[in-house]
Design a protein around this ligand. Structure first.
Ligand code: ZN
Length: 254
């Protein structure tokens, strides 16, 4: 770290639990954030401000006027721009130290797998179940920690699947694929603006902790947030030994 970086990150360095080594780990790390929408906005901004060395942003959509009510990484003047490029522009303005890569496509298949392999932590900030399951499969296959968030109407949830660990459940252990009949309904439902801010911010906090090696992660727990009643609920998660996604991967690796 140079002197400017020591100043920039001084409020992290002052934390006993954090310090210089943890900050160095962030500076050396690469995050993959899928979705530059309501969840991705605060997540990306905190990852950039906190000093992640490299951030890859995937989003295949263009910015629409209806996005601006909650997708705070974007600016009014960017309406019509690819969201990945618009978000990248904001992140570079926040912290020029960060190498930002804008991927203006909905990634799947081998492209998604290689992006996940190249990342130290993956944040699922997407808005549909097929993408969520595809991200989970790629994270299970390359054993990358997955920080998953979701938010619609007034209800949000966040979970960490630390797939570096043998005992960690995966997203599919929790949500079977066939249960996801509501494909793309999110696009037509209302969303309370600060709800996705709270959830996306928690995703950033968990990603930073996982990489910095600080504190206890949310791994193995699901947090549910009712922003209408301002009520949090926590559920313990267990591996499904019959899980079609992670049981087979683990058996193949053993
Ligand atoms: Zn599983």
């Amino acid at each position: 770290m140079d002197d400017t970086q020591r100043l920039r990150y001084s409020r992290h360095l002052l934390l006993n639990e954090f310090g210089e080594e943890a900050q160095e780990r962030l500076l050396a790390a690469r995050a993959l954030v899928i979705g530059a929408g309501g969840l991705g906005s605060p997540a990306l901004m905190y990852l950039a401000a906190s000093g992640f060395g490299r951030i890859a942003i995937c989003d295949g959509d263009r910015l629409d006027l209806t996005n601006l009510q909650r997708q705070i990484v974007h600016r009014h003047a960017s309406v019509g721009m690819p969201k990945a490029a618009s978000a990248a522009q904001t992140l570079r303005a926040i912290n020029p130290d960060v190498q930002v890569e804008a991927i203006e496509e909905r990634v799947e298949g081998e492209r998604l797998a290689s992006l996940v392999r190249a990342a130290d932590v993956v944040l699922d900030c997407s808005d549909n179940f097929s993408t969520r399951h595809a991200i989970n499969r790629a994270c299970v296959a390359s054993r990358r920690p997955l920080v998953s968030g979701a938010g619609v109407r007034f209800d949000g949830q966040v979970a960490v699947f630390d797939l570096r660990r043998d005992d960690a459940p995966c997203y599919h252990c929790l949500f079977a694929e066939d249960a996801a009949g509501d494909e793309d309904r999110c696009a037509t439902l209302g969303v309370f603006a600060p709800l996705v801010g709270v959830i996306g911010t928690l995703q950033a906090a968990e990603a930073i902790k996982l990489i910095a090696g600080v504190g206890e992660s949310l791994s193995g727990r699901l947090l549910l947030f009712d922003s209408l009643a301002t009520h949090w609920h926590e559920v313990r998660l267990a591996r499904d030994p019959q899980c079609r996604v992670c049981a087979r991967e683990r058996a193949a690796a053993a």
